[in-house]
Design a protein around this ligand. Sequence first.
Ligand SMILES: *[C@@H]1O[C@H](CO)[C@@H](O)[C@H](O)[C@H]1NC(C)=O
Ligand SMILES: *[C@@H]1O[C@H](CO)[C@@H](O)[C@H](O)[C@H]1NC(C)=O
Ligand SMILES: *[C@@H]1O[C@H](CO)[C@@H](O)[C@H](O)[C@H]1NC(C)=O
Ligand SMILES: *[C@@H]1O[C@H](CO)[C@@H](O)[C@H](O)[C@H]1NC(C)=O
Ligand SMILES: *[C@@H]1O[C@H](CO)[C@@H](O)[C@H](O)[C@H]1NC(C)=O
Ligand SMILES: *[C@@H]1O[C@H](CO)[C@@H](O)[C@H](O)[C@H]1NC(C)=O
Ligand SMILES: *[C@@H]1O[C@H](CO)[C@@H](O)[C@H](O)[C@H]1NC(C)=O
Ligand SMILES: *[C@@H]1O[C@H](CO)[C@@H](O)[C@H](O)[C@H]1NC(C)=O
Ligand SMILES: *[C@@H]1O[C@H](CO)[C@@H](O)[C@H](O)[C@H]1NC(C)=O
Ligand SMILES: *[C@@H]1O[C@H](CO)[C@@H](O)[C@H](O)[C@H]1NC(C)=O
Ligand SMILES: *[C@@H]1O[C@H](CO)[C@@H](O)[C@H](O)[C@H]1NC(C)=O
Ligand SMILES: *[C@@H]1O[C@H](CO)[C@@H](O)[C@H](O)[C@H]1NC(C)=O
Length: 750
Amino acid sequence: MYWISLLVSAIALANLASGQYVVPAADGSGGWADALGKAKALVAQMTQEEKLNITQQNNYFPRVGEIDRLGYTGLFYADGAEGIRGAPYSSAFPQALNGAASWDRNLLYRRAVAIGQEARSKGINVQFGPGLNLMRIPNAGREFEYNGADPYLAGQAGAEHVKGVQSQGVMAMMRHYIGNDQETGRRWTSSNMDDRTAHELYLWPFQDAVQAGVASTMCSYNGLNGTYSCADPTSLGKWLHEELKFQGWVLSDFGAITFGEEIQAANAGLDSVIGATAPQLADSFSFSAPYPFGPNSTLSRAVENGTVSQDRLDDMAHRIVSAWYKLGQDQNYPAYNTSVNSLSKEHNDLIREIGAKSIVLLKNINGSLPLRKSQDLYVFGQAASVDLFGAPFGAVSTGGGGGFAPNTDQGNFLGGAGSSYVVPPYQITLLDALNQQAREQSFQVYAYLDNFNHTVQAAQAASGEAAGVTCLVDVRQTCGEGFDRPNLTASWEGDQTILAVASTCSNTAVIYSACGPFNTTGWGDHPNVTAILDAGGLGQEAGNALIDVLYGTVNPSAKLPYTLAKDISDYPALPDLTIQTLNTSFVDVDYNEGLFIDYRWFDKNNIEPAFEFGFGLSYTTFNYSNLSVQPSTATVQKTVSATSDDVFECLAIVTVDLCNSGQVGGTEIPQLYIGSPADGAPVKVLRGFDTIGLDAGAKKNVEFQLTRRDLSFWDTYNEGWTLPDGEYKVYVGASSRDIRETGAMKFTLK
Ligand SMILES: *[C@@H]1O[C@H](CO)[C@@H](O)[C@H](O)[C@H]1NC(C)=O
Ligand SMILES: *[C@@H]1O[C@H](CO)[C@@H](O)[C@H](O)[C@H]1NC(C)=O
Ligand SMILES: *[C@@H]1O[C@H](CO)[C@@H](O)[C@H](O)[C@H]1NC(C)=O
Ligand SMILES: *[C@@H]1O[C@H](CO)[C@@H](O)[C@H](O)[C@H]1NC(C)=O
Ligand SMILES: *[C@@H]1O[C@H](CO)[C@@H](O)[C@H](O)[C@H]1NC(C)=O
Ligand SMILES: *[C@@H]1O[C@H](CO)[C@@H](O)[C@H](O)[C@H]1NC(C)=O
Ligand SMILES: *[C@@H]1O[C@H](CO)[C@@H](O)[C@H](O)[C@H]1NC(C)=O
Ligand SMILES: *[C@@H]1O[C@H](CO)[C@@H](O)[C@H](O)[C@H]1NC(C)=O
Ligand SMILES: *[C@@H]1O[C@H](CO)[C@@H](O)[C@H](O)[C@H]1NC(C)=O
Ligand SMILES: *[C@@H]1O[C@H](CO)[C@@H](O)[C@H](O)[C@H]1NC(C)=O
Ligand SMILES: *[C@@H]1O[C@H](CO)[C@@H](O)[C@H](O)[C@H]1NC(C)=O
Ligand SMILES: *[C@@H]1O[C@H](CO)[C@@H](O)[C@H](O)[C@H]1NC(C)=O
């Protein structure tokens, strides 16, 4: 037998010599040594078939790769950035994008803890979040699953999500790695970005999640420079494993591995798959095709003939099993049972709190809001009530994928559609919550919810005007996985509804629910539109969260995690919705705007947005004073390698005094932006924020710490982070365009 194994290793070596990339094995760095040691001991007892068995999932939900003989429980997966998808008695949380709009790390952490608790209670080992792609385009179908348009904000949110979910012993899974920034042609487009753009934007949030200890990564459907991301030695191997030293495991998105790339995927760093092998460059999934990995697969045959080494297969098993140990899932993990009731009053209250703290107040003139306690109300727009034609109630499939959300795009909006959609246990609509207020405060609610009869809307609104009260208009636009929004306009004649009400009611408050940016042109500047709320997708407590803000029980503090443009063409990039697969090669999506997405583009080109990134009003006012900028006075190294521990060393501290100068208590999100002297750097980039609650008249000193990465540019030539020569500008303010304090700093470099 000896000569056979010699022959096998000779072939493996020959393949290595011929340039076949093989990802480095997990080395236990970053606190994984103990878990890796245990995993190696366990995997050493596995048969070859058992090792192969943990690299694939045969159906959608069942357990992956359990080995009763060894006490290895295997893994159960669950979808859902908004909660546990496809299982009854799961809470429908506000969209991830709403979480980001709160700019509140503690709240993001608590949201994730609650999702982790629900996953654990059902015996789910791996929860498919956080989503860490950036909003390169304003209409991206899945943007509600992500954290907006800025890498720093997305990275902070992603890290809190990982810490929160994993505090419950549940593995978080960061996704969709990397470049799945549009839905149009997601399985046959190639997202082409240069190295600097990758490191300073799209890879950045994933790096923060790795720093937070994320256990798993999901690679995405799209290509990068003409190679599928799940088989890409550069992004999977070099960036994720070599530079970020990721110790966890990589799972393919459902059916993301295509015929012919199985071996390259294994060698690039893919550890496990869900879904059968798919045709190349097509939209279709195959449910009957063979599996790329697992026993009796291309992978198993490749290991036999040495094109994938035994070491690589062992490393796949080590990575998966070490994550199981790292999260403590070897000890008393609850049995898998999706029917377990994971609901609780605490989670309902938390969902309401996240909701209220994620509603961005965009406009509020003449004291339109908060509403007076006992005034009568006139309510318009079918989004204020339930969806009569496709209500998101109904049977939940526990075995299969679960609901994809109603597709009627009407009624109370909970969140975007697709594989992250959680069927809510119940939903509180705006009308429900207002009716409850009327019951308690003894006033009258007049509601006219037909969106199509603008004559009646105007006549009813005139009655509101005569009564001297606020007219509330609730509109929405949905979005979902699998398509990008063709426009940013409200559904069901929402714009015409706003205009009809505002034509006769001089105090019209608009409540707008959507998956991201929306179009305010045509009604946002209307003098009778006195208030605008960007509600996003609030989950099951939508109405309660809204009345908390409408009545000022919660003083709004959320800020836009993206820019609202006046004209659609003001954005740096839009997807070509007409493209078709070429079947023979990827369709290129070139990231020509490079570093300049969202506010960076508007700043560079001096474009006036409707509402800028970081903007959001409060019922009080804040003033900023006494900016202090303290750069390191030591001589600091100019360039460090990507893998250096110094990437996250603190190089400067910025402080500012924040004072609540208004009449009521409130919370401000002071934001720190840096203008780097590096060649080609944006005017300013977000590099700090905090969430500061202050009573009226109270004051606090706020501190921001800047790391080397925050201050460096990605140096493609040296493959590291480099501090530029010259002076940095330091901006602190209430939004990306409302800068209150300005300073500067320099470093002495060696
Ligand atoms: C492979 O995993 C499945 C569950 O996905 C399990 O039922 C089966 O027993 C495993 N087979 C081996 C050989 O371990
Ligand atoms: C794609 O190509 C660009 C330009 O050559 C390069 O900078 C980048 O690293 C490549 N990305 C990947 C994932 O190969
Ligand atoms: C192995 O897979 C092939 C298809 O790839 C299938 O035809 C064959 O039946 C399988 N063998 C076993 C033992 O499952
Ligand atoms: C090894 O096996 C794989 C999977 O069957 C096959 O694609 C590949 O061509 C084989 N390579 C060699 C050198 O035999
Ligand atoms: C799953 O949980 C439900 C609800 O608690 C319970 O009724 C059922 O018996 C459980 N199933 C198993 C197999 O334990
Ligand atoms: C609007 O409603 C009024 C009153 O019911 C009705 O007379 C009118 O025809 C309706 N208009 C439209 C366009 O439906
Ligand atoms: C926006 O797109 C939707 C969905 O395709 C379409 O029904 C609607 O007419 C469009 N609205 C505008 C203003 O173009
Ligand atoms: C604003 O509302 C008032 C009161 O109904 C109305 O007279 C006026 O025409 C409205 N303004 C506009 C621009 O529609
Ligand atoms: C706001 O109130 C002032 C003073 O009452 C009034 O002059 C102005 O027209 C109002 N503006 C709007 C948009 O209603
Ligand atoms: C809003 O709609 C108008 C009219 O269709 C259009 O010109 C404009 O580009 C749109 N703006 C945005 C941000 O979608
Ligand atoms: C790609 O293949 C599909 C399915 O065979 C076909 O309908 C389509 O026309 C092809 N596209 C091109 C650009 O050839
Ligand atoms: C900020 O507001 C406080 C409270 O109203 C006031 O005492 C202080 O002078 C203000 N500071 C600045 C710089 O405006």
